[in-house]
Design a protein around this ligand. Structure first.
Ligand SMILES: Cc1cc2nc3c(=O)[nH]c(=O)nc-3n(C[C@H](O)[C@H](O)[C@H](O)COP(=O)(O)OP(=O)(O)OC[C@H]3O[C@@H](n4cnc5c(N)ncnc54)[C@H](O)[C@@H]3O)c2cc1C
Length: 421
């Protein structure tokens, strides 16, 4: 279901969205679907999208998750990013807007398993995904893996889960296309200077944007890895367990794999956390271009939220972790040559690595939509829709994200996702 149908409980609320990345723009797009659209101000400090996580991401959308909420959200992500939903949402509010070509590549996702526990997780998760409507996923045994992906060594693999319906797209086209389409429907700002709260309710009453105070009924914190920069402006408000964690992507060339496979390899995730995928058009020989990355060792990770850790890629990960793992998966990766690399921030939820969505219990008109720890781009359509539902009607209508609320940390009700990459 693309469109929330409710009409705002309060008439024409004034809404401030801080952060115009994937979640901020999706929130604006879904709020504008209402027959009585609110007044929206969108504030973005990095208008050229130089450090935006979505733009620096791998652009992947997959139905392979273990939590019902994440599967449901990513299925909506596929509807929006793959099946034309984004252009429908845009045309609903701006009939003359240019259609966005997201360049979706239906390359699939392949999760590998080398242990009995990992294999039974893949099986259990597949059952859940299918119950919730995911299509095109199958479990492969080692000979099925070898038949489908002849270049892979299967000696240490027990099974794999291959979702053919999944893929990746161009996040830059998404962000810039939505921003252009809603340009005349929202106000823009660049800097939050200060926040004032009402002494008796604790709610946000006014926000100083680019030197000028304005009143708002609701404030949406969609600042990704920088979420606590907004929380810290509100005296006494408890910080979110979110840190900015650096993730490096390497672009490498390895024509041998593609020659052996005959098509672009899916986004393949090894149990160690190393992942890779082909790039280029499906069905065409792309010259063997790949991107890849890995989960660094948690102990060595630094929080960059205060801006003290720079965004220089972690060059050493290629030699120390990624290339040895790729070579163990296929000797054809032996000839891989790195062409380039870049890094971006995961909005890393240090407690349970899941999204944090809902009204902040310490501030009744602040909605937080953060913390997806590396899967927030594909979740952004569902999160934006959930934010619109909360602001319009005070509750989740299409996908219940109550378990993702801030309250879970106080109550000790953390929820863990097995499919974090
Ligand atoms: C290397 C890498 C690979 C990834 N791969 C994937 C993937 O394949 N699939 C997937 O789903 N996700 C992926 N992700 C994660 C994904 O990019 C994020 O989960 C997603 O972008 C989160 O959306 P967001 O809107 O919260 O944050 P962002 O897209 O980063 O947007 C937040 C925006 O808020 C702005 N902002 C911050 N602070 C302020 C402030 N104080 N005032 C004004 N503006 C502010 C920022 O400038 C930014 O533009 C990846 C991330 C990285 C780093």
């Amino acid at each position: 279901m693309l469109r929330p149908t409710s009409i705002f409980l309060s008439s024409s609320p004034r809404i401030l969205i801080i952060g115009s990345g994937a979640i901020g723009l999706s929130s604006a797009l879904h709020l504008l679907q209402s027959p009585t659209p609110p007044s929206i101000t969108l504030v973005e400090r990095d208008i050229n999208l130089k450090l935006n996580s979505a733009v620096l991401s791998a652009g992947g959308v997959r139905s392979q998750f273990s939590l019902e909420e994440n599967v449901r959200c990513s299925l909506y992500g596929l509807e929006v990013f793959k099946e034309g939903g984004l252009n429908k949402l845009i045309r609903n509010i701006n009939p003359s807007a240019d259609l966005i070509d997201l360049q979706f590549i239906n390359g699939g996702y392949l999760f590998l398993s080398s242990t009995p526990t990992g294999s039974s997780s893949l099986k259990k998760n597949l059952q859940l995904q299918q119950t919730l409507g995911a299509k095109g996923t199958e479990l492969l045994n080692p000979s099925g893996i070898k038949n489908t992906f002849p270049y892979l060594h299967t000696r240490s693999l027990l099974s794999a889960s291959y979702s053919k319906n999944d893929g990746w797209f161009d996040p830059y086209s998404f962000l810039t296309g939505v921003r252009t389409a809603i340009k005349k429907l929202v106000k823009f700002g660049t800097c939050i200077n200060d926040v004032e709260t009402n002494k008796s309710t604790g709610n946000i009453s006014r926000v100083k944007i680019d030197g000028k105070w304005s009143e708002f009924d609701y404030v949406i914190n969609a600042t990704g890895a920088n979420a606590n920069s907004i929380i810290d402006l509100i005296p006494g408000l408890k910080r979110l367990p979110i840190e900015a964690r650096k993730r490096t992507i390497f672009h490498f060339k390895c024509p041998e794999i593609e020659a052996e496979q005959g098509h672009i390899p899916p986004l393949t995730v090894d149990p160690s956390g190393v992942w890779y995928r082909g790039t280029g058009e499906l069905g065409e020989v792309s010259g063997g271009d790949f991107i890849c990355g890995c989960t660094p060792v948690e102990d060595g990770e630094e929080d960059a939220s205060d801006g003290t850790v720079d965004i220089t890629p972690s060059y050493d990960l290629w030699d120390s972790i990624i290339w040895p793992k790729l070579y163990s998966l296929s000797s054809a990766f032996g000839s891989a040559k790195v062409l380039n690399q870049w890094a971006g921030w995961y909005e890393y939820n240090v407690i349970d690595q899941n999204g944090i969505v809902g009204f902040h219990p310490g501030c009744g008109n602040l909605v937080v939509a953060n913390g997806f720890s590396g899967h927030g781009l594909q979740m952004s359509p569902a999160v934006g829709r959930a934010v619109a539902e909360l602001v319009e009607g005070g509750r989740f209508e299409t996908i219940c994200l109550k378990r993702f609320g801030v309250e879970r940390f106080e109550k000790g009700e953390e929820i863990f996702e097995e499919g974090i990459v």
